[in-house]
Ligand binder design. Structure first.
Ligand code: ATP
Length: 240
């Protein structure tokens, strides 16, 4: 790891029109790291990811990526620079096949699949079930399999940073374990990861460091294996 974050935010504020949801978020991600952002419903986690990814307006200096101020850069340009997001709810295209769904982001961002390490064949090795179902309509797949497609679609953009918004949501524990099991392989391929999670145990196990958010502010941060459960509970619920 180097000393320079690949991604950082600096006093990031933002929200929806007049409604402010984020109040000065300072966060950083080092190359080769997995960090988790935890917090209850409505804490602002998704808003934060969308703000980084250029889906909500923020000031330029509030987001730095690979040393450059990039706040407010539109999402498709952020993809071109090496950022990709697995959005909450997956947002796949009904009526399209598994493979068509996987290709859609790279086509949109005009990326060349052959130039990167993540190809469809490699993803079919990572998630063999997707290879078997590649020509099936996306709606025929289970929730967990659809999540695998959403992750694959993001990886086909060859990201250096992957933003994952609640990839465990609504899935059975066995399926969650299957999905989380691929994170080390993604990491070893040179992609650093930001996980938004509501499941604290999962977040702690999967990440090097953890940030806890409450009502649009970071209330606790530290190494995942050093923060106590009591501290997390207090930061999560706002208890003193
Ligand atoms: P969840 O786990 O429920 O997704 P979250 O921590 O991701 O929670 P956000 O979805 O970022 O929280 O919501 C932060 C705040 O912004 C909440 O008060 C929410 O009601 C509000 N909010 C979210 N989306 C919108 C929107 N499109 N328009 C207006 N307000 C919104």
């Amino acid at each position: 790891m180097t000393d320079t974050p690949i991604l950082s935010t600096h006093g990031l504020t933002g929200g929806y029109g007049d409604f402010q949801a984020l109040f000065g978020i300072d966060l950083h991600l080092m190359p080769g790291e997995v960090i988790s952002l935890i917090g209850a419903n409505g804490a602002g986690k998704s808003t934060f990811l969308k703000s980084i990814f250029g889906l909500l307006p923020v000031d330029r200096e509030m987001v730095r990526y690979e040393g450059a101020a990039v706040g407010g850069t539109p999402a498709h340009k952020m993809v071109g620079r090496g950022l990709a997001m697995v959005p909450e709810g997956r947002r796949l295209f009904v009526g399209m096949t598994v493979e068509e769904n996987m290709r859609v982001a790279i086509d949109h961002a005009r990326l060349s699949e052959s130039e990167g390490q993540w190809t469809r064949n490699r993803l079919f090795e990572l998630f063999p079930i997707l290879g078997e179902k590649r020509n099936q309509p996306i709606e025929d797949l289970s929730g967990g399999q659809q999540q695998m497609v959403a992750i694959s679609r993001a990886l086909l953009c060859q990201p250096k940073v992957l933003l994952c918004d609640e990839i465990s949501l609504g899935l059975a524990p066995k399926v969650i374990r299957e999905i989380y099991a691929v994170l080390p392989e993604i990491l070893s391929g040179g992609t650093s990861i930001v996980l938004v999670e509501q499941d604290v145990t999962l977040a702690r196990e999967a990440s090097n460091r953890l940030y806890c958010m409450l009502e649009g502010r970071i209330t606790l941060t530290g190494n995942s294996n050093e923060i106590s459960r009591d501290d997390i509970a207090a930061a999560y619920f706002g208890a003193s």
